[in-house]
Design a protein. Structure first.
Lengths: 139, 194
C-alpha cells in the first residue's frame, strides 16, 4: 500500500518535472561562449594530456638500464668491494650493540588507558562521519 | 544522419578545430543553464555561470580522460561553479522549508492541474521546483528530467548514493506539499462543486 503510494508520487513528480522541461539561455549564448574563447585565445592553451615523464624519457631510461645490466652480466667489469670485504658489517654490528635503549615499562593502568583512548577515538570517527552524512542530507 | 558522439567533437577540438565546440555547447547549454538557475534562482547569474562553465570545460578539455560520460563531467563543473558563485557572492538562497508530512491528495491535485491552462500550470510547477533547496532542485532535475542514475548524480554532486536517496524521497514529498499549498483554493473549490 505504502509502496504503491510512493510509486504513484514518483510517477507524478516525473511527469511534472518533464513538463517543466529545461530553461533556455539567451539566444546568442553559444556565440558569446565561442567569442570569449577566441578573445582569450584559449586555442593555444588547450593542450592534450601530457604525462609527467614523456615516452622519450622512458625510452632513454629503459635503454640505459638494459645496457647497464648487459654490461654487468657480460662485460669485463671489476668491482672494488674492499669496504664490504673488510670488517664493514662487524663494525656496524659492534657500534649498534654499544647503543643502549632505555628500558621503558608501562603499568597495566597506562596500557588499559591507552587502549580505551584508542577505542573511543575510533568511536568518535564513526560518530563524526555519521553526523557529516546527516549534514549533507540537511543542507 | 545520427548525431556524432561527444568524443568525436572532443578529438576535433583537441586537434585545433575550435568550431567543433559549438556542437557541444549547443548540446549541453540548456541543462547547464537550468542547473545554474536551480542553484542561484536568478537568470542573470545563471547565464554568467553557464558561460563560465563552458569556458572552464574548454580549458580543461585536454584533461578529460573519459572515465565518466562527458555530460556528467560538464554537469559536475556547472554544479560546483554555481555553488562557488553563491559562496563568493555570499548569497543565501531562500528556500521554503516545507515539512515532509503528507498533507496532499495526489488524485485531487492531478485533476486540478489538468483543468488549469497550460501556461499557468507551467508557472505553478516551475515555482514549486524553485522553492526546493538549491541542491534538491538540481538533484530532482538531474534524476527526473535528465534521467541520470543515482550513481551518476553522485559523481556530479559528490554526495553519497544513500544521501541522494534520502534527498530525493524528501524532495518528492516537499514538492507535493508545496503544490498542495499553492493549489489549495482550487482543490477546495473542486470539492465544493462535487
Amino acid at each position: 500500500m505504502k509502496e504503491n503510494k510512493e510509486k504513484k508520487l514518483d510517477a507524478f513528480i516525473k511527469q511534472l518535472v518533464k513538463e517543466v522541461a529545461l530553461e533556455e539561455p539567451s539566444v546568442g549564448f553559444t556565440k558569446k561562449v565561442l567569442s570569449k574563447i577566441d578573445e582569450a585565445s584559449l586555442t593555444t592553451q588547450t593542450t592534450g594530456y601530457t604525462p609527467l615523464i614523456s615516452k622519450t624519457a622512458w625510452f632513454v631510461v629503459a635503454v640505459v638500464s638494459i645496457s647497464l645490466l648487459i654490461i654487468a652480466a657480460y662485460g669485463n667489469v671489476e668491482f672494488d668491494l674492499s669496504l664490504i670485504n673488510s670488517d664493514f658489517f662487524t663494525i656496524l654490528s659492534e657500534s649498534s650493540s654499544q647503543i643502549s635503549l632505555p628500558n621503558i615499562s608501562f603499568s597495566n593502568v597506562v596500557v588499559y588507558a591507552a587502549l580505551a583512548v584508542g577505542f573511543f577515538a575510533y568511536v568518535q570517527i564513526y560518530l563524526l562521519k555519521k553526523s557529516w552524512i546527516q549534514k549533507e542530507v540537511l543542507y | 544522419m545520427t548525431p556524432k558522439e561527444d568524443h568525436y567533437y572532443i578529438e576535433e577540438i583537441l586537434q585545433g578545430n575550435t568550431r567543433a565546440y559549438e556542437v557541444l555547447v549547443d548540446r549541453y547549454k540548456s541543462m547547464v543553464f537550468t542547473m545554474a538557475i536551480r542553484i542561484t534562482k536568478n537568470r542573470e547569474d545563471a547565464e554568467e555561470i553557464a558561460q563560465d562553465t563552458f569556458l572552464k570545460v574548454f580549458k580543461a578539455l585536454g584533461s578529460f580522460k573519459g572515465e565518466s560520460k562527458f555530460s556528467t563531467w560538464v554537469y559536475k563543473i556547472a554544479y560546483y561553479g554555481s555553488l562557488d558563485y553563491l559562496k563568493k557572492k555570499k548569497r543565501v538562497v531562500e528556500s521554503d522549508a516545507f515539512d515532509v508530512s503528507e498533507v496532499y491528495n495526489l488524485s485531487s491535485m492531478e485533476s486540478v492541474l489538468e483543468d488549469i491552462d497550460r501556461k499557468e500550470r507551467l508557472v505553478i510547477l516551475k515555482n514549486a521546483i524553485q522553492k526546493l533547496s538549491e541542491k534538491d532542485s538540481t538533484i530532482v532535475t538531474l534524476y527526473y528530467f535528465e534521467e541520470l542514475s543515482i550513481k551518476e548524480i553522485a559523481m556530479v554532486t559528490g554526495l553519497t548514493p544513500e544521501v541522494l536517496k534520502v534527498r530525493l524521497f524528501r524532495s518528492r514529498k516537499q514538492l507535493a506539499n508545496i503544490l498542495h499549498h499553492t493549489l489549495e483554493p482550487e482543490i477546495v473549490e473542486s470539492y465544493e462543486r462535487e
